[in-house]
Ligand binder design. Structure first.
Ligand code: ADP
Ligand code: MG
Length: 354
């Protein structure tokens, strides 16, 4: 009986039309409370009002389209909401700032019910609570097909603490937080199980022992903790960005904008055990997953050589190489001492090089 009730609960479907646009916005945002002093007026007027006093204001935005950026066959809506918000926070941290407000704009097709959007907003709200960010507005529209989510995040930083991509200097150390390639392997796993699922009735996905990979793909976190640690130790990176498109591509951005080259060392690149096991199972190059995988949302940054000991003392940060003169190009030194040029392209670039 209870399972039946739960099932009914699960399949309860309220049409959005029954609430109307304004009713829907009210319904989804009725529990929103303002947390930050810089939010003078949130949801409910023609525009939100913010007061940043003497701070500089950071603004970043992301557009996510169903079928292009996410696949609802294996991404739960609550996770999608959480991730959509967190990837924006990550961009603000990558400037060495603090995210404070977001706006959320939605395009919604008829396929989606009020309950679906409740799930999406539960995820967004959870991310806002965890990262102490205010939801201050947005826009809502019908769409012909699929779901579209655009989130804009506003953050703050002291002028002299903002870190751009263009500040890396020769001999600076190149550092990354966490580990790389796991989110990509999580995606490969989900895609594989989706294919198996398509052909089977009583399907049990093979996820055991791979929870870390799934979590990295479905519920990434922004490295607020690293920003805090760096500040505590008075370390201001010379250049920084978050790793959303893969280490190779991001490092090339820093080198290009800073007019430098770089050397990184394969043996120094942090990779989790589960990522390695999965790469072997898929018969994929592990280092390629780590270099080009993307969606890790770890921080990539450079610091002056003199900060070597301070950085080494920080848990969860690995020094993977150093910045060079621009004429030396951007290369990775492999375990057997070969030099491979870093490329920004996708998955197969390294294999082709070999
Ligand atoms: P307008 O007609 O000026 O676009 P709306 O009726 O769309 O205003 O929005 C009313 C209020 O609700 C505004 O404060 C707006 O920012 C907010 N809002 C609209 N859509 C969303 C949404 N999807 N999420 C959060 N707030 C929203
Ligand atoms: Mg509107």
């Amino acid at each position: 009986m209870l399972t039946q009730l739960n099932k009914m609960e699960e399949f309860k479907r309220t049409e959005i039309a029954s609430l109307g646009e304004f009713g829907l916005i009210d319904h989804l945002t009725k529990h929103v409370e303002v947390k930050n002093n810089s939010t003078l007026k949130g949801i409910g007027d023609d525009a939100a009002v913010l007061d940043y006093k003497e701070k500089q204001v950071l603004v970043t935005t992301d557009l996510l389209l169903e079928g292009i950026h996410f696949d609802l066959t294996y991404v739960p809506l609550k996770h999608l909401g959480y991730k959509s918000a967190v990837v924006n926070f990550s961009d603000i941290y990558a400037m060495n700032g603090q995210p404070k407000q977001i706006t959320v704009s939605l395009g919604i097709s008829k396929r989606f019910s009020v309950e679906d959007l409740e799930q999406l907003y539960a995820g967004i709200q959870l991310a806002c609570d965890v990262y102490h960010v205010d939801l201050i507005g947005g826009d809502t529209s019908a769409s012909l097909t699929g779901l579209a989510i655009s989130i804009t995040c506003i953050g703050e930083a002291n002028k002299e603490k903002i870190v751009y991509r263009n500040g890396a200097k020769e001999n600076d150390l190149i550092c990354v937080s966490g580990d790389l390639g796991a989110a990509y392997m999580g995606l490969q796993l989900l895609e594989r199980e989706k294919k198996v699922f398509a052909g089977e009735k009583n399907f049990q996905p093979a996820f055991e022992g791979r929870e870390y990979l799934l979590e990295r793909q479905l519920k990434p976190e922004a490295r607020k903790d690293i920003i805090k640690e760096l500040a505590k130790r008075n370390i201001v990176p010379t250049a920084m960005m978050d790793i959303s498109d893969g280490l190779s591509s991001e490092l090339l951005h820093i080198c290009k904008q800073s007019h430098t080259g770089c050397r990184i060392y394969e043996e120094r690149i942090p990779i989790d055990y589960q990522t390695a096991v999965m790469a072997e199972e898929f018969n994929m190059s592990l280092i390629t997953a780590a270099l080009n995988g993307g969606e890790d949302y770890e921080l990539l940054f450079t610091v002056p050589l003199a900060k070597h000991d301070d950085i080494s003392a920080l848990p969860g940060i690995r020094i993977i190489g150093h910045i060079t003169a621009p004429s030396l190009g951007a290369y990775m030194i492999t375990r057997d001492g070969a030099e491979i040029e870093l490329k920004a392209q996708g998955w197969n670039s390294l294999n082709e090089e070999n």
